[in-house]
Design a protein around this ligand. Structure first.
Ligand SMILES: NC(=O)C1=CN([C@@H]2O[C@H](COP(=O)(O)OP(=O)(O)OC[C@H]3O[C@@H](n4cnc5c(N)ncnc54)[C@H](OP(=O)(O)O)[C@@H]3O)[C@@H](O)[C@H]2O)C=CC1
Ligand SMILES: Nc1nc(=O)c2c([nH]1)NC[C@@H]1CN(c3ccc(C(=O)N[C@@H](CCC(=O)O)C(=O)O)cc3)C=[N+]21
Ligand SMILES: [Mg+2]
Length: 289
């Protein structure tokens, strides 16, 4: 079965649009998201364009700050300080990766945790790790769990989840969320031995690697739920470019119980969850008034 992330994301955005309208009429505040993008990567620009459009569609303010590739770390830090202190800015997202001369972790640490809609600040990852309330949770991992639950129902407890990838953006936080859902979690990475055998034991398989079609049919347990995070641009035999995931969709489809497609799976859910976090950040701002 195909898990339709595009449709699920639309449903979530429709719900959020109502909540945004309620928030606006109650507090006379319009939630706002500021996205900073440094440099000229075309793929990043498409992603940012989608975010801007969908932010506005649900009634929130979207600000986009485009900076040249030679922007200094200090410039970015002072911009963040300004945005942190601006009460009309509720959510701040700095598009990653940043140019090599900028220290990403220094930038992430400089974002006010209450405005950190990516959930990458140590304060938010610490809250997630400790199971403390109030964390802004990374968007892609949230999307993965929502899509898994859409197929499996609310209760994931006791299921074996295998995560491929251990990045701070996807692998680690999705593993932490699945643990919170009472899954038995195995985290795998480039040094893992017997990766196919481990994957084959998964009731829920999350692939977040960045290698096109790495996961083959014989890595997948019969009936498993497969969540494909990968976004890989490949060139077809005809010379066109297209997006594929980390899972060989056509192969895995026959074996699994359900699978998310690329495009149209986790990607749209990431943006919908970003909007959800932006509304949560706007609510955070009420506390500090
Ligand atoms: N749909 C969405 O919304 C999003 C999609 N993405 C996509 O998800 C993918 C992963 O992103 P991200 O986590 O940022 O990527 P990273 O490159 O930061 O991390 C990749 C992870 O995969 C592991 N890995 C690499 N090669 C192998 C291998 N052969 N076998 C097993 N594990 C391997 C790495 O291991 P090690 O740690 O040992 O190096 C690493 O932990 C990318 O395709 C990205 O474009 C990312 C964010 C959002
Ligand atoms: N600070 C930061 N936060 C991020 O969340 C972040 C980031 N930096 N850097 C890049 C990655 C990647 N990412 C995607 C989100 C949505 C789609 C998405 O909507 N994809 C569509 C297809 C879009 C297309 O056609 O190009 C889909 O899968 O259907 C893709 C990729 C977020 N990331
Ligand atoms: Mg860098």
């Amino acid at each position: 079965m195909n898990i339709d992330g595009k449709l699920t994301a639309q449903t979530l955005r429709d719900k959020l649009a109502i909540e945004v309208a309620e928030f606006k009429s109650r507090y006379k505040i319009q939630p706002s998201l500021t996205v900073i993008i440094v440099g000229d990567d075309p793929a990043s620009h498409i992603y940012v364009k989608n975010k801007v459009k969908q932010t506005q569609e649900i009634g929130m303010i979207s600000n986009e700050i485009k900076l040249p590739i030679e922007t200094t770390e200090n410039h970015l830090l002072s911009l963040l300080e300004q945005l942190n202190n601006d009460d009309s800015v509720h959510g701040i997202l700095v598009q990653l990766p940043l140019p090599k001369h900028i220290d990403e972790s220094a930038i992430i640490s400089a974002i006010n945790p209450d405005k950190d809609v990516d959930g990458f600040h140590a304060m938010n990852s610490g809250r997630l790790f400790n199971g403390e309330p109030g964390a802004l949770v990374p968007c892609t991992p949230q999307g993965c769990v929502l899509l898994a639950k859409q197929h499996l129902g609310k209760d994931l407890s006791g299921l074996h989840a295998v995560v491929i990838g251990r990045s701070n953006i996807v692998g680690k936080p999705v593993a932490m969320l699945l643990l919170q859902e009472n899954c038995t979690v195995t985290i795998t990475h480039s040094k893992t031995k017997n990766l196919p055998e481990l994957c084959k034991q998964a009731d829920i398989l999350v692939a977040a690697v960045g290698i096109a079609k790495l996961v083959k049919a014989d890595w997948v347990k019969e009936g498993a739920t497969v969540i494909d995070v990968g976004i890989n641009r490949i060139t077809t035999n005809e010379g066109a470019t297209k997006l594929v995931g980390d899972v060989d969709y056509v192969e895995a489809f026959e074996k699994c119980g359900a699978i998310t497609p690329v495009p149209g799976g986790v990607g749209p859910m990431t943006i919908a969850c970003l909007l959800k976090n932006t509304l949560a950040a706007a609510k955070n701002s009420l506390q500090s008034r």
